[in-house]
Design a protein around this ligand. Structure first.
Ligand code: PXP
Length: 243
């Protein structure tokens, strides 16, 4: 099976558009879990553009599957994570002007810093995932930090339109996923995945979990959140049956 972790950031994006209380990402998380999601993801950004501190605190109390807090490796958010204790943190690069997370983290570039972050999180009872490009050298770096999970960036794959380039990027993701899995890491894939491009990602065979936000929340705005989550789960299951 492949698990589906639903990112509820964009429910908060709609709320922040009017600065009020609705829609509430906490309510969204409950619906996602009722529809069969295996985990809830939220990104507490330094600029607080969507998810707020209060959301993470309440999500920690009510999420009954698992809570993945996406975050940059900065002191303020590290301290919040250690206090709130999500089940895992996914460490991502964060730039102020970006629309969404752009590309993976260069874990290989600063091993001492990321290794000590893993140690701190593990002492707090929190697992660590690093969001990286599907490159062997990044996965080797993740292994060296002691983290137990790697999330492979699928944004490049999702944005390609040329069939040949899509095949090449899929092959890159597959060899990264195969290597990570055979090295004992839990393998997650995420960014830009939708109801079509997720199928070939599921067929790779060594991906354990998916982290999906925008496409599910977009669809939810038209067909409802429960249906949007169920339909994604059906596609994931069907992709595995037809491998
Ligand atoms: N994984 C990571 C690390 C992300 O930063 C995001 C975007 O918040 C996602 C997955 C989900 O991406 P999308 O919203 O495009 O499904």
């Amino acid at each position: 099976m492949i698990s589906l972790n639903v990112n509820v950031d964009h429910i908060a994006t709609i709320r922040q558009a009017r600065g009020g209380n609705e829609p509430d990402p906490v309510a969204a998380a409950v619906i996602c879990e009722l529809a069969g999601a295996d985990g809830i993801v939220c990104h507490l950004r330094e600029d607080r553009r969507h998810i707020q501190d209060r959301d993470v605190e309440i999500l920690r109390k009510i999420v009954s599957t698992k809570l993945d807090l996406e975050m940059a490796a900065v002191e303020e958010i590290i301290n919040i994570a250690l206090r709130i204790k999500p089940d895992l943190v996914t460490i991502v690069p964060e730039k102020r002007m970006e629309l969404t997370t752009e590309g993976g983290l260069d874990v290989a570039a600063d091993l001492p810093r990321f290794s000590s972050l893993v140690e701190i999180m593990h002492k707090g009872g929190i697992k660590v995932s690093f969001f990286v490009e599907p490159e062997i050298r990044q996965i080797e770096a993740v292994l060296k930090t002691g983290a137990e999970i790697v999330e492979l960036h699928t944004g490049v794959y999702a944005n390609l339109r040329d069939e040949k380039k899509i095949e090449e990027e899929l092959a890159k993701i597959k060899s990264a996923a195969d290597f990570a899995k055979s090295s004992g890491l839990t393998v997650v894939a995420g960014h830009g995945l939708n109801y079509k491009n997720v199928i070939d990602i599921c067929k790779i065979g060594t991906i354990d979990e998916l982290s999906i936000g925008h496409s599910i929340i977009s669809r939810a705005s038209l067909v409802g959140l429960e249906r949007a989550v169920r339909e994604m789960l059906e596609i994931i299951r069907y992709s595995l049956l037809t491998r």
